[in-house]
Design a protein around this ligand. Structure first.
Ligand SMILES: [Zn+2]
Length: 116
């Protein structure tokens, strides 16, 4: 269980945005959460380098996944890592539509959004 001070640090570092798809808390009825980028079941730690701020849906659709299948290349690709990847190198919005412009971006959208 993460302490409230750690949760506040993660939230503030993300300026309140979901670090996967950059939506603010105000667009979601469900409270945002701390996400373990690498799930505990895969050896992920509780330290700040492994935590991201996530909307409820991203966190729950991601679950313990760390990879998925790129819908174009059909290869196994790791998911976006909010601490080590640069968001704009993998995603962009075309109006309200989120697009992935790398295999990591496409795969992350596929795992976190496509099943919704
Ligand atoms: Zn999200």
């Amino acid at each position: 269980m993460l302490d409230q001070a750690t949760v506040a640090l993660v939230r503030d570092r993300a300026t309140g945005l979901c670090e996967y798809f950059r939506l603010p808390q105000g667009y979601d009825l469900l409270p945002f959460q701390c996400d373990h980028i690498i799930a505990r079941k895969h050896g992920g730690a509780d330290d700040l380098s492994n935590l991201s701020w996530s909307c409820f849906s991203c966190n729950n659709y991601k679950g313990p996944n760390i990879a998925g299948i790129d819908p174009i290349g059909l290869q196994l690709v790791r998911l976006f890592h909010p601490r080590s990847d640069v968001w704009s190198q993998h995603f962009h919005y075309n109006g309200p539509v989120l697009l992935g412009h790398s295999e990591i971006g496409r795969t992350t959208i596929e795992v976190l959004l496509a099943a919704r």
